[in-house]
Design a protein around this ligand. Structure first.
Ligand SMILES: [Fe+2]
Ligand SMILES: [Fe+2]
Length: 301
């Protein structure tokens, strides 16, 4: 693993040059700002623009080639969020492409990712993209259109792309950007799955739930690789504190998954109160899923 320090002297701090720092502060007092106004007047301009400005895009019109029965069969907000996740998963494939280049350039570390791990996650992101593309087509939407929410997430993610595309960043630093992407992705898949359930699109909700399970595994792996990198860089070994944190996260994730399955099952059966048997079945399924995940982890090691 390449060190993040270099032979170049970092001159960004003022404390290395106290004389120049004093001159800089004096300079700010002896010159006038280039324009009038202060923070309050900036805020009033922002508010005026926000109230009178255009919204960020709009929901695209239905695909003219779609069958009439399918024409925009989804609520506008659902198509908006579907378009958002679709664009994010497509970008996710490209982020992992860039991450693979970092792997090839710098190599990995003990308990860090293998090339096959990164390729596997990239494959998942691509499969999610294809599944969402089909869902959008089935609902009569245009999978190539940029929806408002896709636009917002695209702008918010620009920094992640910049980190991965910077030739100076290491595999570890790039994984920090991937961590941000996976955290956002996990929350947004939860929202999309819940939205599908709320709209009575059970089949899609189930597919989204499966994608969420895979995304949770991505997040777990990225966290563990980063933890191993940080610990080894700091102490030269893999510390217990990082292993304990990883175990705690796994426990929390398994608990949430079991709870969620029981809730979904209860909702589908229309029963107000949890039945003991259905709760047991939900927990059983979750533990089966946990075993499957465990096998994947073992293979990854
Ligand atoms: Fe993803
Ligand atoms: Fe992911």
């Amino acid at each position: 693993m390449r060190s993040t320090t270099s032979q170049h002297l970092n001159r960004t701090g003022l404390s290395n040059a106290p004389k120049l720092a004093r001159e800089l502060v004096q300079g700010t007092r002896s010159t006038r700002p280039s324009s009038e106004g202060n923070a309050e007047s900036m805020a009033s301009v922002r508010i005026a623009y926000s109230r009178n400005g255009e919204p960020v895009g709009s929901i695209p019109p239905p695909d003219p080639e779609a069958a009439p029965s399918k024409a925009l069969a989804g609520a506008p907000i659902f198509l908006d969020k579907l378009g958002e996740r679709l664009a994010f998963e497509r970008s996710g494939v490209r982020l992992y492409d860039a991450l693979l280049s970092k792997f090839d350039a710098f190599g990995t570390w003990k308990n860090g990712p293998a090339r096959a791990d990164l390729e596997e996650i990239r494959k998942d992101e691509f499969a999610h993209f294809m599944m969402l593309r089909q869902a959008m087509v089935d609902l009569g939407g245009d999978p190539t259109a940029v929806t408002p929410s896709a636009d917002v997430h695209g702008v918010a993610s620009q920094g992640l792309v910049a980190v991965l595309a910077d030739p100076r960043t290491t595999l570890g630093q790039s994984l920090e950007a991937i961590l941000v992407a996976e955290l956002v992705d996990n929350d947004c898949w939860e929202n999309l799955s819940d939205l599908a359930t709320a709209l009575g699109k059970e089949e899609l909700a189930e597919k989204f739930q499966d994608a969420l399970t895979e995304e949770r595994e991505h997040l777990r792996r990225v966290r563990s690789w980063l933890g191993a990198a940080l610990n080894q860089t700091a102490t030269g070994e893999l510390g217990d504190v990082f292993l304990a944190r990883a175990k705690e996260r796994e426990r929390r994730t398994a608990g949430r998954a079991a709870e969620r399955q029981v809730k979904t099952k209860r909702k589908r059966s229309g029963s107000a109160k949890p039945k003991r048997a259905s709760a047991r079945n939900g927990a059983k399924k979750a533990s089966k899923r946990g075993a499957k995940t465990g096998r994947r982890r073992a293979q990854a090691r």
